[in-house]
Design a protein around this ligand. Structure first.
Ligand code: PGA
Length: 259
């Protein structure tokens, strides 16, 4: 069975004091959860302090972005090695907000995935269609292009740690979750695509997260779907209680499934 992951994407929220407080609340509340991989992704400025707070805990630390070079004259950018040095184990790559507002493309996503893996970070690669693309029947065409473009030329061994998050753009921050069936449908297609591109074992073992208005009251339906292995949570990850409710519900379901 694939171990579920619940990852919080804090976006551009929480200064360093708020971040340490929230991380501490989460750490205390989930200290005994073993069957869910928990990750939080605060803004860059919080990573160092939060990283220290999470030392020796079962909560992993991730960044929301990185550059693809290790160092150099790239004003304003942060390298994967720098993220590693403050305790990051993960990095979100190609979030739709980065694609939409900061010009990221499948090509830059590919470069960033490579840089992340070369530095030993686990990439959480985001894909997903806009409302217009969904309504014109292009969901899979878009997701296929993002996956084949972003992973072009990498072997399955190289991508061993890769996590993919399917986040329909129309469901992010809108309160509109894809129904669990809609999400499952795309997740199953993604797994099929991975099986076309790589050996079956790679596709079967890949963890596919759903993101887009995940809340404590819809996580169970989502997690009950066969190909959904966790969530990338934005708004609901900004409060300790809501986020840890999501983690605990996931943990409970996973324990039941295993029995
Ligand atoms: P949301 O964001 O949960 O607020 O919809 C998810 C994301 O953007 O990763």
């Amino acid at each position: 069975m694939r171990k579920p992951i619940i990852a919080g994407n804090w976006k551009m929220y929480k200064d360093v004091n708020e971040a340490v407080e929230l991380a501490n609340g989460i750490k205390r509340s989930v200290f005994d959860v073993e069957n869910v991989e928990v990750v939080i992704c605060p803004p860059f400025t919080d990573l160092s302090d939060v990283g220290e707070m999470l030392t020796e805990s079962n909560v992993g630390l991730g960044a929301q972005n990185c550059y693809w070079k290790e160092e150099g004259a790239f004003t304003g950018e942060v390298s994967p090695g720098m993220l590693k040095s403050v305790g990051c184990g993960y990095v979100i790559i190609g979030h739709s907000e980065r694609r939409q507002y900061f010009g990221e493309t499948d090509e830059t996503v590919k470069d960033k995935i490579k840089a992340a893996i070369d530095s030993g970070l686990i990439p959480i690669m985001c894909v997903g269609e806009t409302l217009e693309e969904r309504e014109s029947g292009k969901t899979m065409e878009v997701v296929r292009r993002q996956i084949t473009g972003g992973l072009d030329g990498f072997s399955e061994e190289y991508l061993d740690s890769l996590i993919i998050a399917y986040e329909p753009v129309w469901a992010i921050g809108t309160g509109k979750t894809a129904t669990s069936q809609q999400a499952q449908e795309v997740h199953a297609e993604i797994r099929k695509l991975l099986a076309d591109l790589y050996p079956d074992t790679f596709a079967v073992s890949r963890r596919l997260l759903y993101g887009g208005s995940v809340k404590p009251d819809n996580i169970e339906n989502l997690m009950n779907e066969q190909d959904i292995d966790g969530g990338l949570i934005g708004g609901a990850s900004l409060k300790s209680e809501g986020f840890t409710d999501i983690i605990k519900a996931t943990s409970r379901l996973y324990a039941e499934k295993k029995d």
